[in-house]
Design a protein around this ligand. Sequence first.
Ligand code: S3P
Length: 167
Amino acid sequence: MKVFLIGFMGAGKTTFGKKLAKNLNYPFFDLDHLIEEITGGTVGEYFATHGEIKFRELEKDILQTHPFPENYVLSTGGGAPCFHDNMDWMNKNGQTIYLQLSPKALATRLENAKEQRPLIKDLKGDDLIKFIEERLEARDIHYKKAHFIVDGLNVHPEIIANLISKN
Ligand code: S3P
């Protein structure tokens, strides 16, 4: 089975993904890290050199054509479900889990973790919250297509593992 974790930047997809993969005894992958391995640079560098449109093409290609094993847990970047046909593709090919958090909770987490995130690295305080609120509103339509929507502040790997293996 393929398990996809989706949600906004700072939702905890990578941290939770690792725990879930361990629980399911599946290998864990992180889409941004794969992009960095393949390009040999950071996501920030890729954005700066090639721009967001090219980044979204690469992100889609890796998500949909990388030679992953049969079973795996993949944490996706916050924008991945919102570009191309990625969300429908993930829903068709595996189980999708949306880690949902409020803009305020996301802002608190992101305030100290912005450097490697090109979309927010220059924002702070009210500007950061405003950006998150607007982006989240636009992205929610995609995120809410997930098979499971869970509270990102109160999520347990064993409960999610149980939920998806029954599906
Ligand atoms: C992005 C989220 C990032 C990364 C890129 C763009 C986004 O991933 O893919 O900076 O558009 O929300 P994380 O959600 O892992 O921070």
